[in-house]
Design a protein. Structure first.
Length: 89
């Protein structure tokens, strides 16, 4: 089938090479970008900057069949006091 959906934590920001390669060279569409704002879809905060590493990339044939995408925020923001690093303690 040509209907392909790549989902999950791809450990790469939308603007980084791995995601951009899937978009520009392989024709996938970032469904989060298509259906909502990047700001509303952030899945983590690092040093005060919100972003997302969780993606939903659809092939061109599947894209036309998708009617809605919502970010599911299941990763809780962790307070600096609880992390494993010591610079904030």
């Amino acid at each position: 089938t040509d209907d392909i959906l790549i989902i999950g934590d791809l450990n790469s920001h939308h603007y980084e090479t791995p995601i951009q390669t899937l978009i520009t060279e392989f024709g996938y569409t970032d469904m989060i970008d298509k259906f909502s704002s990047k700001e509303m879809s952030s899945s983590y905060v690092y040093m005060g900057l919100a972003s997302y590493l969780d993606h939903a990339l659809a092939s061109s044939t599947l894209m036309s069949k998708i009617t809605m995408v919502k970010a599911w925020k299941i990763n809780a923001d962790e307070n600096n006091v609880l992390d494993y690093n010591t610079e904030y303690k």
